[in-house]
Structure formats: C-alpha cells, structure tokens
Design a protein around this ligand. Structure first.
Ligand code: HEC
Length: 180
C-alpha cells in the first residue's frame, strides 16, 4: 500500500515538475534530437519495407509534419534544425562555417567510441546543439556502395553526391538544433 502511494506520488510529481519548470536549451535540444533520430530511422525503415529502396530515397530526411504532432511540436517553436555532413548528398545540407570545427572533431570518432553532443555558443548568446550520427546497417544501402540501379537514381537526383563509400560505424554527419 505504502509503495503504491509512493509510486503514484512520484509519477504525479514528475509530471507536475516536468510541466511547470521551463527546460534548459540543452534539455529541450536533447529531447528534440532524440525525436528527430527516431523519426528519421522509422520513416526510412517503414518506407523501405513497404515500397523498396528506390522509392525510399526521398525519405532520408526529417519528417517535420509527423513531429509537429508530438510534444516536440511545442519545443520546435523557437528552434530551427537540420542535418549536415563533411560529405553531403544534397548541397542544401552543406555545413555553415561555424559547424565546420565540429564536423572535424566528430569525423575522427566512430560508433564504438561515439562523440557526445556538443553545445555551441554564438556571440549573441544564442546556442546550438550538435548531435553526431553514425552509420548503422540500415544506412549502408544508400550511403555504402549502392547497387547499380540505386546508384544511377542517386546520381540523377544528386549529381554532386559525396555521401557514398561510408563504412559501418563511421561518422556520417550531425543533427544541428539552433535557437532562433
Ligand atoms: C533509401 C536511401 C537512404 C538510406 C537508407 C539512408 N539515407 Fe541518408 N540520405 C539519403 C538521401 C537521398 C539524402 C539526401 C536528402 C536530402 O535531399 O536532404 C540523404 C541525406 C542524409 C544526411 C544529410 C546530409 C547529406 O548528405 O545531404 C544525413 C546526415 C544522412 N543522410 C544520414 C543517414 C543515416 C544516419 C542513415 C541510416 C540511419 C541514412 N542516412 C540512411 C538516402 C538514404
């Protein structure tokens, strides 16, 4: 009985505190980044299973509309985010100047001893959160040595593609989340 009451109180207080205290940027960004990663992997895996790899090509991006329905929707209001890499597929994802040192720092790490997310501070006091992404088995189809047909499709869509030749466990790129 005592234990039950304790558990109820504990869950009540944690949801109460969770809502009444504003979270720090670091906490918000960490949660959003986790959502983004899960969302990305889920979208890709579902699409590849349902329709095959080629139709899934466009699905290696972060599906914002799905996220808007989750708690992350509220967190996103004052944040912007995206992905970048030292080897981009889409030139639109190219790193901004301030991101380059972090890519250099991350690219020598791999999944066996992954780098921890880093917080960057801008001169105006705003912050950005940078979370490294590593190559998992599900990434290899499109970022390893893609089969001929797939490779042709990638080249047609992304003539400047640099995001092939990755090995399992290598650093692939990072999610960035920035205060607006
Ligand atoms: C079905 C093929 C496919 C799979 C599987 C895939 N990607 Fe991609 N990836 C792409 C395409 C296409 C783009 C370019 C998306 C765009 O236009 O923004 C991309 C872009 C990216 C980018 C943004 C930087 C850039 O190169 O433009 C990152 C980071 C990335 N992928 C990581 C991953 C990771 C990590 C995995 C495994 C969890 C993965 N990808 C699996 C096709 C794929």
């Amino acid at each position: 009985m005592k234990t039950t009451l304790f558990v109820i109180l504990l869950s009540f207080s944690s949801s109460f505190f969770g809502q009444s205290f504003a979270q720090s940027f670091e906490q918000e960004a960490a949660l959003l980044s986790k959502d983004l990663k899960q969302n990305l992997v889920k979208n890709l895996t579902d699409k590849m299973q349902q329709d095959g790899t080629i139709p899934a090509l466009e699905f290696c991006h972060i599906n914002v509309s799905a996220l808007a329905k989750t708690a992350a929707g509220e967190r996103m209001a004052n944040l912007e985010f995206g992905r970048t890499s030292h080897k981009v597929r889409n030139p639109k994802n190219a790193a901004a100047e301030w991101m380059l040192p972090y890519l250099d720092q991350f690219k020598v790490t791999n999944i066996k001893s992954p780098a921890k997310p880093v917080v960057h501070q801008f001169k105006d006091g705003k912050k950005a959160y940078l979370d490294p992404l590593y190559v998992g088995p599900q990434c290899m189809t499109c970022h390893g040595s893609p089969a001929k047909e797939l490779s042709a499709k990638v080249m047609a869509l992304y003539p400047e593609d640099k995001a092939v030749g990755f090995k399992l466990g290598e650093f692939r790129g990072m999610i960035w989340i920035k205060e607006k």
